[in-house]
Every structure is written in structure tokens, then in C-alpha cells.
Design a protein around this ligand. Sequence first.
Ligand SMILES: [Zn+2]
Length: 113
Amino acid sequence: MSHDGLPNSRQSLLGVSHEGDEVWLIRGISQKQYTCPGCYGDVEIGEDHVIAQTVMRLGGTEHRHWHRSCAKRILEPGLNRVKAVNAREAGRSKLESRGKRPAGKRGRRTPRR
Ligand SMILES: [Zn+2]
């Protein structure tokens, strides 16, 4: 399935890493400069980019800022079961509270589209 143009402001992507962690790809506009983990180049201030928020299977979260093209080329192909989800499901505070419990104890398993 193609997810061209995603994530955008209305839809995020959700996939599962080989370790079984949830990886949420969220569209963001950088407030400061970041280093992209894909190419080690700068993600400039104001750049439309991808925030990859990982919610670990055993609990806990972390996030990285990727260039859109690097996320598409490097990150997304390494994820399983990538699907589009409503961006409202992918707010940072929502995902951080999701990460406070291990995967088996989160109630609803996967968010609605
Ligand atoms: Zn990059």
C-alpha cells in the first residue's frame, strides 16, 4: 500500500518495528534545528518533516525528527503493517501516556482510522 504524501496534518502513519514497538509517523514543523537520523543532515527550522514517535512494547517513548524523504526511503520500509491513522490519535501527550503501560495492557489494541 502506498502512503504517498503521508503523514500530513490530518493523517499520521502507524507501523510496527521488528522489535514489536509501535512507530508513529507524524507530520511536524520544526521549532528548532534537528539532526536527521537517516542522513545526519540538518532538519531546518520551519521545515515540514516527520516526527517518528516510538512507543516501546515494554513501555516508554522516544522520538526523532526525520526529513520527509529520509523517513520515506529508510524508516518506513523497515516497519511492518504500516497504516494511516487519524492524526488526532497521534498527539504527543496521548502517545506518552500510551507508553506508560506495556503493550498488553493498553486496552484498545490499535486505533481507529
Ligand atoms: Zn535526512
